[in-house]
Ligand binder design. Sequence first.
Ligand code: SF4
Length: 374
Amino acid sequence: MSFTRVLDSIGLERSDTVSSFASLLTPKTDEQLDALAVRARELTFRYFGRTMRLFAPLYLSNECINSCRYCGFSRENSILRVTLSVEEVVKEGQHLAREGFRQLLLVAGEHPKFVSGDYLAECIRALRHDFSSIAIEVGPMETEEYTPIVIAGAEGLVVYQETYNRAVYAEVHAIGPKRDFDWRLRSPERGYDAGFRRIGIGALFGLAPWREDAIALAAHLEYLLKRCWKSSITVSVPRLRPAAGEFRPLFPMNDRDLVQLVAALRVTFPQVGIVLSTREHAELRDLLTTVGVTMMSAGSHTEPGGYTHQGRAHIHRTVRGRIVPPEVPIADSEVATGQFEISDSRSPQEIADILRRQGLEPVWKDWDMALTET
Ligand code: SF4
């Protein structure tokens, strides 16, 4: 059975795993939530040891043909845009390598003209000597389009469904290829068929009632663990952050809810990696690392060229996909606009020190391409 059918019948019919996950999401007293968090922590240590994988996002481009109401890169936002050249990408990568990172997530808006499969493969080939693990988070592709990217050296594919609620999805994705809910929903499977070793899924919490999206996300995880059994599956639980366009969450999710969700995911799926970004504030991140998170970003920038001010020579302003002349000259110090505001701006080394103080070992590298090369 395809996941589309599983999702569309989730209100009437749920597996035992998803039903027990849903029961962990019901409102809890403080004592019950503490007990759930303790159980989650024990399972995290049992399955992952006292470790935390660290990675950095590297934004390649903020050009986008989609109109997602919640995203700063949305096509109608009049922002400063750029697509880094391969040489500029390498400079950003070298900076991150000097910071200690060996695991990279390449991120770009969806714009086939600027961010083609060939461009991605070229970036990956240029970076692979400095990074043991490279994942991509870009517009969904066909299996045949993913294959050259895997061959170039990408190990992971990240595709968030944003929301599993079809009505909300249609409302917030007004224009562009991303409107196709089912095409996006099947992307992780197409990526698996192309050979990605690691598949990351997630929902953007704040678009729909959080418990409903969390239950659908759990059903998706359960499905992919069977369908994509040769790959490792990770899950991410980002919450909406302020961004250009000034969209505000329709269904806010508070910190306590997020702790409960991470604990419930860990208890239900003890073997699944849980990823945390710098969207969340420092105090909450420090708490979640002791509950169930196994992989986190640090010192992140969400603007292309943000680490070393690359791309300044060809920054431009785009409105509805068209480059418009700047009303005032773009200053030399300007960089392209970021996707959203970062909440935790501590440096990678500060994060590593905090993890050590918590009794966790920061892991900069836990994989090498040589393991899969023949
Ligand atoms: S969420 Fe992705 S597809 Fe949508 S506007 Fe932002 S970058 Fe483009």
